[in-house]
Design a protein around this ligand. Sequence first.
Ligand code: SF4
Length: 363
Amino acid sequence: METIKRKETRPVRVGGVTIGGAAPVVVQSMTNTRTTDSAATLDQINQLAEAGCDLVRLAIPNREAIKPFAELVLKSPVPLIADIHFDARLAHEALESGASKIRINPGNIGGKEKLLGLARRADQLKVPIRIGVNAGSLEKNIMVKHGGPTAEALVESVLGYLDALEDIGFSRVVVSLKASEVLTTIKAYRLFSEQKPYPLHLGVTAAGPLRTGLIKGAVGIGTLLAEGLGDTIRVSLTAHPVEEVRVAQQILHSLGMGRPVPELISCPTCGRCSVDLVALVEQAEDLLKNYRLPLKVAVMGCAVNGPGEAREADIGVCAGKKQGIVFSHGKVTRTVGLDRLLDALKEELDFRVTHDHGPEEGE
Ligand code: SF4
């Protein structure tokens, strides 16, 4: 099996999680609750962690939002990142409240001195800062020079901030260079990584609703990961944040990276198909979200070509004309009614959990 040779970057610690160096790619997402609703925020943090999110970011838009932050830090199962724009004081408060990382856009934090003041305190607390340069908020002079928010403009902008941070000896930095255009994003990360060793946060900003965002994220993030670039990823979707984590895991999985999750393969269906395979596959996909096993699972639509694929998988179900066939490790284990195919798949998965792999992670 081919594997990706990742470009090694300068590692930073975010609580107990390492971004960069030889560490596995870290998955992160962002809550969409208000921190002032601590219960809802904590509930979403827990959901994200349960789905496999390594780091969770919280928007801190004002003074009210920072108040519950320290308590959320204490109760969260994963390190929390404070996302702050416009107000460096909020970033300082987040640091004092136990943020494991701060995400700022240096272009709107109030000038170079405020950025450096923040970096000095973050360094004392051993907390990294993500310098997130965004195509939507580049400096005017750089925009004019490059004729718009090009990849070169994004890189020039971030290099300017990094020069200032390096001058005071601050290197606990993660860098992101985001544009909503996938090709601009890809080019910016490529150009930057040729010049600096900082770990990279990959994402395509404002990627869009579920399907569009998923495709943009998969193409943009996936392309860079396949080239060995990227240390932490966030898939931006206009959808529930848990979907972002699931898509991120799938991107990693498709490249042979990330934690084990089942892989579902299914046929495209044709006139031979004897069940509503689209519905069955959707149900199977939902079912598989509950398992963290590195299994290949096949759901196939007929007894002509289906058994071949189902045999190749670790677990397979295949709809015959009147009955469904269940495969395990390439062998037929039983036949069931067509209406019991999903139940049979669940039974096979549960059997694997207890017999082949032991209890599920986290139990
Ligand atoms: S497995 Fe059967 S139903 Fe599915 S595409 Fe192939 S021939 Fe058609």
